[in-house]
Design a protein around this ligand. Structure first.
Ligand code: PLP
Length: 458
């Protein structure tokens, strides 16, 4: 972070546009095969991609990739990238980690899904218990599903209708969470596709770090659960201030509201996520993305007390009917992937190295920001780091959203792509995997320095 008294420059907007035009041309020239594949795919896929957000990379067309291994991706034009995006955390393990690949290959040949558990089930449950401190676990196909199911369970066991989330949260495509706070009013978030009901009817929203608002909103007595990331990671990184988690735990307990911590991204804080690193005591924990090493899987775990309440509220004869489930959820393949990934890839030792790389990334970026007097800051959360276009790190999701700069964001993503670096699209986030090396981080540091120099007019 750059000090308040440091010299700061204003970035010339026409310079951003000029550099962007140059980089776009360079990108198009360097990726003829990706262009070809995209043009062909436009004939059969909406926007020429299997999922429409894949168009949100900043070139005129997306890069198509041929292979990915460890911390590197090779595209169809033969270009190799240092991957700091890592599938927006789905590949935080590095791509195709060998122990996960071996376990998956073995399982694939022995039955993928059968509506029955395998010997991996208990082993995985015990490991989740050991890491996160919660007793009972269930598995889904994604983190979105884990959150969706937990919200429904919370409503059922508390008999309350609403949930509460942080402003500018992201918990997947869960209806109740696609909302935002505007001038104190809960609104459907821009981009919310076909909401079944107005989120103001289902959801209360407060800023992270605002315990006063949290107390006020919980006082209505209608909130089944608070569903939060322990630090925001989807609108840039916004850290919880000292005392926030203690207050959150106390207020939710006092209100009889379940506290659900979503560790899908904050697993970057260590083997047991932020929860273990900071000694949090959630009633329920949700997670997904990296625990399967890239194989789709999500999970939710809860305390013994919550398990008892669930058992009392469950009619076993109809447990497969309403709102929680999925035929392929908990399938043998995903459980095999989780077992291998947790026991052999996302180990304590791996996290130590990944965090050190996160620190290396952070200090290089901070140095360049200070050197050029840029009005930016950098924030780190374990092995994840993010730079933001404001001089002091944001305290709330609202502040972080106000600092977004889509043009600068697009330029820097493209600048990095053209220099062999993938950064998470949508914001300036970098993640380290067990396969990431200092050389990968330094490739970014050099490109960032070059970009900063060009933007500062140096
Ligand atoms: C904190 C958090 N929770 C849940 C999700 C949903 O994950 P998925 O899209 O894999 O279901 C995301 C996705 O970015 C996330 O960031």
């Amino acid at each position: 972070m750059i000090g308040e008294t440091a010299r700061m420059i204003a970035i010339d907007r026409s310079r951003i546009a000029e550099l962007f035009a140059r980089e776009r041309e360079r990108f198009a020239e360097a990726h003829p095969r990706s262009r070809e594949l995209h043009e062909r795919a436009e004939g059969s896929l909406l926007s020429g991609v299997p999922m429409n957000w894949m168009t949100r990379w900043p070139g005129a067309f997306p890069v198509f990739f041929e292979s990915a291994s460890g911390a590197e991706v090779t595209d169809v034009d033969g270009k190799v990238y240092a991957d700091l995006c890592l599938g927006d955390t789905g590949a935080m393990t590095g791509h195709s980690p060998p122990p996960t690949v071996a376990a998956v290959q073995d399982r694939v040949a022995k039955g993928i899904t059968a509506m029955l558990p395998t010997p991996d089930a208990a082993e995985v449950g015990e490991e989740m218990q050991r890491r996160f401190g919660l007793r009972d676990w269930q598995f889904t196909l994604s983190a979105t599903d884990a959150n969706r199911f937990v919200v429904r369970i919370a409503r059922q066991i508390t008999g309350r209708p609403k949930i509460l989330v942080h402003n500018h949260c992201y918990h997947g495509s869960v209806d109740e969470t696609v909302t935002t706070l505007v001038d104190g009013r809960v609104l459907s978030r821009e981009g919310n596709v076909g909401p079944p009901v107005d989120p103001a009817e289902t959801t209360r929203v407060v800023e992270i770090n605002d315990l006063e608002a949290l107390e006020r909103e919980l006082a209505h007595g209608d909130v089944a659960c608070v569903l939060v990331e322990p630090a925001l990671t989807n609108i840039g990184i916004v850290l919880a201030e000292d005392g926030y988690h203690e207050g959150l735990r106390r207020l939710t307990r006092d209100a009889g509201t379940l506290l659900v911590i979503d560790e899908t991204h904050t697993l970057c804080c260590g083997p047991g996520g932020y929860t273990r690193a900071q000694g949090l005591e959630p009633d329920v924990l949700t997670i997904g993305k990296p625990i399967g090493g890239g194989v789709p899987v999500g999970a939710y775990g809860f305390t013994e007390k919550v398990a008892d309440r669930i058992a009392k509220a469950t009619i076993w004869e109809t447990a497969d009917v309403g709102g929680v489930g999925g035929t392929l959820a908990g399938n043998a393949l995903s459980l095999a992937a989780v077992r291998a990934t947790l026991s052999e890839v996302l180990t304590d030792e791996a996290f130590e190295r990944m965090t050190a790389l996160g620190e290396r990334f952070e200090s290089a970026v901070a140095e360049t920001i200070a050197e050029h007097g840029l009005p930016w800051s950098v924030t780190r959360l374990g092995c994840r780091a993010e730079y933001m276009f404001q001089a002091t790190p944001p305290r709330t999701g609202g502040e972080a959203a106000a600092a977004l700069d889509p043009e600068l964001d697009a330029l820097l993503h493209l600048y990095m792509l053209n220099r062999g670096i993938l950064l998470t699209p949508f914001h300036m986030m970098a993640l380290m995997s067990p396969a990431t090396t200092e050389a990968h981080v330094d490739r970014h540091s050099e490109a960032f320095r070059e970009a900063a120099g060009e933007l500062a007019g140096g």
